[in-house]
Design a protein around this ligand. Structure first.
Ligand code: F6P
Length: 517
């Protein structure tokens, strides 16, 4: 890094670290405009579903002084140039020598890439329409086989969008543990089941082993032409053909779309098949609304960047090692798992993009659950434990259920009460003096309040987190698009499979105990 840039980054951090720590309550007392300043909306118009999301960061410690310091940091790291590189299809993923064009399928990016990505989606639509029209016989079930980015996004979106009604009943299977696949078999009729084999590389051992077993299950259960029931979703179409998938059912996506960012490509096939093409398209359109905001908004007004300012503050200044996300919406039960890969695989790094050791902690551990369940399990620690854990809440104003409105009212009031209690603190004892009943308060949270949790909103929520993750990476100077950290364990497992591994005494004993040595 050039010395001048390094100095500017250091100066910005000095400024940030020099900001006096205020209690959240004092920040509200000191600034009448705080709510207006630290909450903002991204909206979309009538041609989509009129709606939007309110991003409320008012209960974080961000204030004008900190925001000013972080804007100085953003300019020292040249955030605008990094964003322009991302969105223009430049090879921003330097260690793997490629671009990161996950926004292209949703219409944002270099013209040629957007055209290519959308042509690939048009091809996918033809196959989805053909299946819905019965061209491949009766299809009631889809077993979608993939892992990591080839499973978490589809699983989240299918679960969120098909609870009321599914055009095709989708089961996402990722784990190599055969229990997972057997569970899907038990819920599907082989005569009306299709398989989607989702793998960017089409080499991942879990996916290829599960796919072979699922194919065998079809054959063993009287399906005449099992491979005729397979669709491949991949950036390595030649490998899928080699594996035996007919070219007409191979749906490729671009190599420059990263695995954990691939929901928008043909990896989203189960969403389109299960929820319908219109829903899949609405999800992409919602994501594009966030792309437009992210691409064209500067400084603290840029909501994913503002969220990254708070993330950096808690991780690097306040030493928070984890961050928690609670969806007060059953349909987002899988959102924390999805975010874990997005954030931890992207930003769990120890060297900068230039290969130098990082100068502070990188991604915190992301964890979470659904409200109100989590309140009765883990919130004790959030309120009274010794860790400071920034919390995100996600909720929808419109209910997802048709029951007595009391359900949704209680859900939302609990969500808002938790954020208020974390901030306010207090003592529950009648004399206000019992230490066991004391809440320190001043604990930060952010709230994302959706008008309604429809497909566009889901797309917008996911895109917001993709851009927030990228913004965090740029502020830390790291490459969020590679994931070499998962390679060593994979190699060692393969070495054991091949029987040519040299291991430590502990691992040799475990292998022996399991009869694998
Ligand atoms: O675990 C590493 C990883 O490469 C993830 O990044 C990726 O999403 C997953 O494996 C699956 O890879 P593929 O889609 O190539 O099967």
């Amino acid at each position: 890094m050039a010395k001048a840039a390094g100095d500017a980054i250091g100066a910005a951090w000095d400024r940030i670290r020099g900001v006096k720590l205020h209690a959240l309550a004092d920040l509200f007392a000191a600034d009448d405009a705080r709510v207006a300043k630290l909450s903002g909306r991204i909206d979309w118009g009538e041609d989509l579903t009129a709606g939007g999301i309110l991003f409320d960061w008012t209960k974080t410690h961000l204030d004008d002084e900190l925001l000013g310091g972080f804007e100085e940091l953003a300019s020292a790291v040249d955030f605008s140039a990094a964003r322009a590189k991302l969105l223009s299809g430049a090879k921003i993923n330097a260690t793997e020598g490629r671009a990161a064009e996950h926004t292209a399928p949703r219409g944002t990016g270099a013209e040629a890439s957007v055209e290519e990505a959308q042509a690939l989606l048009a091809r996918m639509k033809m196959l989805v329409d053909a299946i819905h029209d019965g061209a491949l016989g009766e299809v009631k079930h889809l077993i979608h086989i993939g892992i990591g980015g080839s499973a978490l996004g589809p699983d989240l979106a299918v679960d969120a969008l098909t609870r009321d009604l599914a055009k095709v009943d989708v089961h996402v299977v990722s784990n190599i543990d055969g229990v997972a696949l057997e569970q899907a078999f038990a819920l599907c009729d082989p005569q009306t089941t299709m398989l989607a084999v989702a793998s960017k590389t089409f080499t991942t051992i879990e996916t290829m082993t599960n796919a072979a077993s699922a194919l065998k299950w079809l054959g063993d259960n009287g399906v005449d032409d099992p491979s005729g029931r397979v669709v491949a979703l991949t950036a390595s179409p030649e490998k899928a053909v080699e594996w035996g998938v007919d070219e007409t059912r191979v749906l490729p996506f671009m190599e420059s779309v990263g695995g954990r960012y691939s929901l928008w490509s043909s990896i989203g096939f189960p969403v389109a098949l299960g929820a319908g093409w219109d829903e899949f398209e609405a999800m992409l359109a919602g994501a594009q609304m966030v792309d437009q905001h992210f691409a064209s908004t500067e400084g603290r007004a840029n909501l994913p960047l503002r969220a990254a300012f708070a993330d950096q503050y808690y991780t690097r200044v306040r030493g928070c090692q984890t961050r928690a996300v609670f969806a007060y919406d059953e349909r987002l039960a899988l959102f924390p798992s999805y975010l874990q890969q997005l954030e931890m695989e992207s930003n769990g790094k120890r060297v900068t993009a230039a290969g130098e050791p990082v100068d502070g902690p990188t991604a915190p551990v992301t964890w979470g659950g659904v409200g109100t369940d989590a309140q009765h399990a883990v919130f004790q620690l959030l309120h009274q434990g010794t860790h400071l854990i920034p919390v995100d809440f996600i909720a929808s104003i419109a209910p997802g259920d048709m029951l007595d409105p009391a359900h949704h009212r209680i859900l939302l009031t609990n969500c808002f009460a938790q954020g208020a209690a974390l901030m306010a603190g207090g003592n529950m004892a009648s004399d206000g003096k019992d230490p066991a009943r004391a809440f320190p308060g001043n604990r930060p949270s952010a709230t994302m309040l959706c008008d309604d949790l429809d497909a566009a909103t889901l797309g917008a929520l996911i895109a917001f987190h993709e851009h927030r993750t990228f913004a965090n990476a740029v502020l830390m100077g790291i490459n969020p698009f590679d994931q070499f950290g998962v390679e060593l364990g994979k190699k060692m497992a393969n070495d054991i499979e091949r029987g040519d591994a040299e291991f430590d005494a502990s691992t040799r004993a475990l292998l022996g105990a399991a009869g694998l040595a």
